[in-house]
Design a protein around this ligand. Structure first.
Ligand code: CP
Length: 324
């Protein structure tokens, strides 16, 4: 695998290699000194054309734990405001020695364009492009679910373990979510059965081609057992561009699709509650549920560092003689 662009083009073997390598990385993160020298002297750049807390800091932490140097670029405050293109920005950063680019962009497909154009000859890691793909979020979600179903305590999952028969509900704003698309593709590739729960207005038109079932009523969906419930953020910033009108009011959305204590009380004993963040507390999830013992939101964040260490290690080591 030269690049990590999307879960639409990842193979099951590559996904398992990534998850198993992430387990190796996680085992180094219990140590007093978390830094390992495996990519010492190598440089990666983060190119963020859209805001981020988790993905950016997680990739930067992952790179530093691998002893890499990090060039950190934000479109805000850069020469992008003077009209500099993606091509010139990427070439400029590679000229400073970046050996891989981690790219978040508001435009669907921007990391694919960078990887396929030949403008730069370094691995490209997609950190989220528009409404399209978020492959490392899907990998960390798969990693978190895989650990949970095997030991319930966020401890190591067996090598090569799949998600056969695991039931996952993804609830909320599917239409604007790159996480939903990547999660459905990756989790189903690993054998999970996915149910999307959303109002029709928040489902994409091509949903019949997705590898999942659809339920419009959250309460009806909760009559089935799920191993994991992934709540999605209502993405106001993407809705406002089109003039809004996706649901009548915040309180109606909260009543119909919010995860509150009453709905959480209907979940099975071992069902975990996930959210990619950032959360709209009080809208898609109440604060008491977000902070409850069955919420694994902070485990997802911690697991994200291990997954991104694995992604960087695997992409950077393919033409180098590195041992873990
Ligand atoms: N989950 C996620 O992508 O969060 P950020 O936007 O904070 O990176």
């Amino acid at each position: 695998m030269k690049n990590l662009l999307g879960t639409d083009i990842i193979t099951r073997n590559d996904a398992l290699l990534m998850l198993d390598t992430a387990e190796e990385m996680a085992s180094t993160q219990d140590r007093h000194i978390k830094k390992i020298p495996v990519l010492r002297g190598h440089t990666v750049a983060t190119l963020f054309f859209e805001d981020s807390t988790r993905t950016r800091l997680s990739f930067e932490t992952a790179a530093k734990r691998l002893s890499m140097d990090v060039i950190s670029f934000s479109a805000r405050g850069s020469s992008v405001s003077k009209g500099e293109s993606l091509k010139d920005t990427a070439q400029t950063i590679c000229a400073m020695g970046a050996e891989a680019l981690i790219v978040r962009h508001y435009a669907d497909g921007a990391p694919y364009r960078l990887a396929q154009s030949g403008w730069v000859d370094v691995p490209i890691l997609n950190a989220g492009d528009g409404k399209h793909q978020h492959p490392t979020q899907a990998l960390l979600d798969a990693f978190t679910i895989r650990r949970h179903i095997h030991n319930k305590e966020n401890r190591r999952a067996p090598k090569n373990s799949l998600l056969e028969g695991v039931k996952v509900a993804i609830v909320g704003d599917i239409l604007h979510s790159r996480v939903a698309r990547s999660d459905v593709q990756l989790l189903s590739l690993l054998g999970a059965e996915i149910t999307l729960v959303a109002p029709q207005t928040l489902l994409p038109l091509d949903i019949c081609h997705w590898n999942c079932s659809v339920e419009y009523s959250f309460d009806k969906a909760l009559e089935s057992h799920f191993d994991a419930i992934i709540m999605l953020r209502v993405q106001h910033e993407r809705m406002n561009k089109g003039g809004g009108g996706f649901f009548p009011s915040a309180s109606e959305y909260q009543n119909e699709y919010g995860l509150n204590s009453a709905r959480a009380g209907k979940l099975g004993k071992h069902t975990i509650i996930m959210h990619p963040g950032p959360m709209n507390r009080g809208l898609e999830i109440t604060a008491s549920v977000a902070d409850s013992p069955r919420s694994v939101v902070t485990q997802q964040v911690a697991n994200g560092v291990s997954v991104r260490m694995a992604a960087l290690y695997l992409l950077m080591s393919q033409d180098k003689d590195l041992t873990l």
